[in-house]
Each structure stands twice: as C-alpha cells, then as structure tokens.
Design a protein around this ligand. Sequence first.
Ligand code: DP6
Length: 342
Amino acid sequence: MRKVLLSNSNSNSVYHVKSPANIALVKYWGKKGRQLPCNPSISFTLKNSYTDLILEVVSDSTFSIELFFEEKRNPAFEKKISNKLQSMFDLLPWLENKKLIIKSTNTFPHSAGIASSAASMSALAWALASFEREQLAIEKSEQEISAYARILSGSACRSLGGPVMLWGKVNEELGSDEYAVKVEEVHEIFNQFEDAILIIDDQPKEVSSTIGHGLMNGHPYRESRYDLARDHTKLMLKALKEGDLNLFGNILEQEALGLHALMMSSDPSFILMKPRTLEIILLLRKYREENDLDCYFTLDAGANLHLLYPAKDKKAVQEFIGKCEIDNILFDTLGPGVQNVD
Ligand code: DP6
C-alpha cells in the first residue's frame, strides 16, 4: 500500500486503495437500527468494476472533508459522507480533529446500474482502518472494518472480501447482522463465473436505495418478504455449495423480480424496469431453454440487467447479447474484494 508521509508534517498520511462493487444474489432490502439488515443477503464480489480511492488524513482543529469525485469537488457526496462519519465519532473518535481529503474515481460509468456506494464506501472504510493501524497503532479486525463499511452503506460490507459474501444472521452458527463474512463452501463452477451488465438505461435512478429501504417499513408484504429472503439465503447457500446452477438461477431470478415486485407494491410505488428490460428477460428465458444454457439474470434497484453465467457458456451468451442490440455492456468476473494499491 502506498503510504506517503508528506514533507511538511509527519501527522499527514495518504492511503491508496481499490475496492470493487458487488452484485447481490439474495437482496438486502429493508433495514433497522444502525444500518442492520432485516434479512440476510448474499453477493458476488466483482473484479473490474471498482472505486480507486486516495485518502489523505490531515491534523486540524475540527472535522472536515474535501471530496473530489472524478477530479471534481463534489459538495453533495461531501455532505453525505461528512454526516455519516460524524455519526461514527463513537467508533472513530480521532476523526474529531482531522481533515479528510478524499479523491476517488470509478472504473465503471456513474449510471451503469452498479451500486457505486458499495465500492466507494468499502474503500473508505478500509482506508480509515489503515490510518488507524499505521498511525494510531489501533488494529481493527476484519469484522470491525466490515462494520465500518456497513454503517457507511449497507451493501459495502460485502465488498471487502470475495468472491462470495454473506451479510446477515442466518442462524446461531452462521452470519452476522453487524458484518459480512466470506462464504467458504463454494463449488468450483463458480470460480469461472462472469457478469455481463447490459446498460438499458443510463439515467439516474428514480428512487435511491436509501428511500427504497424506507419503503419496506410500512410495506404490506414486509414480514413474508423477510421470511422468504431467509429461505432464499439457505437455498442459495446450498446451490453455491453443490454447484446446482438450476437452483442458483431459480433463486437469483425470484430475488430480482421479487425486489421489483416490492417496489411496485409499495406506497408510493415505483416501476424501475423499462419495457426493454422485460423484453430481454423474456428473450433470455426462451434462448436459455432452446440452447440449454446456464445464464440467469438479476437486477439491482434499476433497469439494467446483470447476466450471470459460467465461463463455459460465454460464447453462447455473447451471441445472445448480440441479438439484444444493446450498445453499452460491461463485462466483469468475480474477485477477492478490497486491495491496497502499491
Ligand atoms: C438493491 O447498500 O445501497 O442493491 O445501506 O442505504 O446505503 P444503504 O443501501 P445500499 O442498498 C443496496 C440495495 C440493493 C440490494 C443489495 O445490494 O443487496
């Protein structure tokens, strides 16, 4: 990791990290308390879609943030992150007299339908913990760093490791609401898995995830959703362990459509899929049947489709994508999570 002590002060440090986005297989949708999930979720950590973040910590009389996103100062992000970090002074008391200078860029377009907060907030959590370790001799465990990321943005805690992560308590032995853990029992078929992201709509989302989570509070299907998500988590863990792609695809698609069904049936209601999203889903299901493929879709809280498939089906999936006439496609694979940059 690059850690530069600036010449004019030995209290200044620079930390350079890159952290990926992740795509949820079982969705986190609904939260309580200090950003704790109402149900467990599972995700694939991506590799090529990441945030590159440089954090400089400068001693000062009070707490402040200067944030540059894609080389431009960004007051909206500054305010959001500043509020979050001030709410974390109990965990990070040393922040109270520090100025943070954050410079971040993404390898993926802003509106690509990739949850950029997972990548950027996991990178920030890791950089803050690096400062604590190097400058304050405070050694935080992976679980504590994951909890920092969770408080910054729920799904971010799943980006610190990979390729498959679980966040949320499944039973007494497995999972925690406070932090994400790596799913260890994963069949080798998932070592060579890919994600083709079809950008159907590059406009900003109509509803932020934070507002979306809030819509679950009075939702008529709330309790049955959380029960179902718990069942889906167990079934998805089984599919991942056994390499059962039929079960994997079945749960994956039920989760994606279920997430959108929840938004469509909330008050107020939202329709985030576009006609083209639905058209391609129907085409994929037909093509998959005809060509005996293991290619399945999922959606985030937006219109863009993630196609997940094993490398053996790459050629056939590319042929399918060719038929969809989508100009903007990102190809990704699965990765290990956050990394220091030398
Ligand atoms: C649909 O983690 O972005 O992508 O905790 O409010 O920051 P906050 O929300 P966020 O929500 C992600 C929602 C999702 C599903 C998922 O990633 O599990």
